[in-house]
Design a protein around this ligand. Structure first.
Ligand code: CA
Ligand code: CA
Length: 511
């Protein structure tokens, strides 16, 4: 038997207004990741763990062989001068063993194995809390959409798994994200360091009403969306964006009342495209289909630019009553609905099984606000859901610089957490998960019930995995190295499969 170890035109016609989407509540790359999928042959997958590389140098874990003479093991410790400092009686007598003076962890593990008394002996690997920034509104639990532990009546893990994603990557400092909105307060304490600067005029963007680079915020909405996607992380101030470091380009297409038209939107799309933005965040919508806007977005698509659009706040099925730009049928548009802290679809969020792609946190989201340089505000809307996705897209582009917009978007859409509340409400039926997008879990799944032993290694697209084999769970040797397909997997057949001795497999991949 073998085993897998793994484990929104301002015109005379009010019907065509673009409106912002929020309701103010005024009121490392680590060098190697190791996944062990604990999975008996033909049994369902059970668990995934990620052991780190470092271990304690003063103790190990020792699993006694079942049925051995306890006195013999005590005698072994006496002779070795090792000390049992803890025993787990419910775990087959698993021991925490203090090393003899002068002994190394590998050396002592070898002696334990040679004794014939142990099932296994292994290093006591160190574990670490996931990387967490020091921004106060994050540490106090306000930003539930990033990390939800059930605070304030929420549901634990109804979030995008941001801290786990940040273990992989926090910075997209080379990625320019255009915020198509009311402008951004450039001087805000939590935004200033993450503003894009035009090398030609020193400005931070474009104002489609004045035709100048005076793209500050006179309404507030754009500063809110900017903070969600790219507020400075770990600076000891305010909030943290999904991307801690990023270059935000302010493209003002909405006026001091939050209104604009297709003409201002097109001017901003064109500015962003010709000034090297890689992502556009459009937290706005309109009821009017515009061939000109569609063409502008298509031009951006041909330049590989990802266009993230909020689905809108009409509590409507946009498949039946379309909103634009979310419903233009172009493959670079990612349309975003809003979820709550209990992983429900937010009551005012639009939805659509065909035209909405995924959801992201959008209820009671605290972000930067334009009133002064240290003001923060809690709001709700698909306007603040969309920038969660834009921030994630920035990190994805930073991690996978050679990939196309289709590949990047597929990674994010394939990495959602399916939710009952979203079934039939959007293409993926899920809420974004940053960790799964940045580092898809590695899964080993048996393919057939007879020998030779065959299994599938799934690890996300284009990822190199090293399969290792062992007969004793202690010493492992490389058996096979392969890169997953664009679909995210490869199959392996163990040509040497036998039922005895048992052979165990595990997969190792870069994060
Ligand atoms: Ca979580
Ligand atoms: Ca901050």
């Amino acid at each position: 038997m073998e085993f897998l170890l793994a484990a929104m035109k301002t015109s005379c016609d009010q019907r065509f207004k673009i409106r912002p989407h929020f309701f103010p509540m005024m009121a490392r790359w680590l060098p190697v990741g190791l996944w062990l999928l604990a999975l008996a042959h033909l049994a369902p997958a059970a668990q995934v763990t990620t052991p780190p590389a470092e271990y304690r140098d003063d103790q190990i874990l020792l699993q006694p062989k079942a049925g051995i003479n306890a006195a013999a093991l005590q005698a072994f410790h006496y002779v070795q001068k090792s000390a049992v400092i803890g025993t787990f009686v419910n775990l087959g007598g698993l021991e925490i063993v203090r090393l003899p003076a002068g002994e190394t962890v590998p050396g002592f593990i070898a002696k334990c194995e040679q004794s014939g008394l142990v099932e296994f002996a292994e290093p006591d690997y160190l574990i670490h809390a996931a990387l967490a920034p020091n921004d106060p509104q994050y540490t106090n639990g306000t930003l539930w959409g990033l990390n939800n532990t059930g605070q304030s009546g929420g549901t634990a893990d109804a979030d995008i798994d941001a801290p786990e994603g940040w273990d992989v990557l926090t910075s997209a400092s080379n990625i320019v994200v255009a915020v198509l909105d009311t402008g951004i307060r450039f001087t805000h304490e939590d935004l200033a360091t993450n503003m894009w600067t035009n090398p030609n005029d020193g400005g931070h963007g474009f104002n489609a009403f004045s035709g100048t680079n005076n793209a500050g915020d006179d309404q507030g909405h754009g500063t809110l969306t900017a903070g969600v996607l790219g507020a400075a992380g770990n600076n000891g101030k305010g909030i943290v964006g999904v991307a801690w470091r990023v270059q935000m380009m302010s493209c003002k297409c909405l006026d001091a009342n939050g209104n604009g038209s297709d003409a201002t939107l097109i001017a901003c799309i064109d500015y962003a495209r010709t000034n090297c933005a890689r992502i556009m965040n459009a937290s706005l919508d309109s009821a009017g289909y515009s061939s000109a806007v569609s063409n502008a977005i298509y031009a951006a698509r041909n330049d590989g630019i990802i266009f993230v659009a909020s689905a809108g706040n009409n509590a409507a099925d946009v498949d039946a009553v379309p909103r634009y730009p979310a419903c233009y049928n172009i493959d670079n548009i990612v349309s975003v609905a809003a979820t709550t802290r209990t992983d429900a679809l937010w009551g005012s969020s639009n939805f659509g099984a065909t035209n909405v792609d995924l959801a992201a946190p959008g209820r009671d989201i605290t972000s930067t606000f334009f009133i002064n340089d240290s003001f923060y505000l809690s709001v709700s809307g698909t306007s603040v859901a969309a920038p969660h996705v834009s921030g994630a897209m920035a990190l994805m582009l930073a991690k996978y610089p050679a990939e196309t917009h289709q590949q990047i978007i597929a990674r994010v859409l394939n990495a959602t957490d399916p939710l009952p509340a979203l079934t039939g409400k959007c293409v993926t039926g899920g809420r974004m998960n940053l960790r799964k997008a940045l580092s898809p879990p590695v899964q080993l799944t048996p393919l057939a019930g007879s020998l030779p032993f065959q299994f599938r290694v799934a690890a996300g697209p284009n990822r190199t995995c090293i399969l290792e084999v062992s007969t004793n769970l202690t010493s492992w040797s490389p058996a096979f190295t392969n890169t997953t397909s664009a679909a995210g997997w490869f199959d392996y057949t163990d040509a040497a499969s036998t039922n005895s001795p048992r052979r165990f497999f595990r997969a190792i991949s870069a994060l």
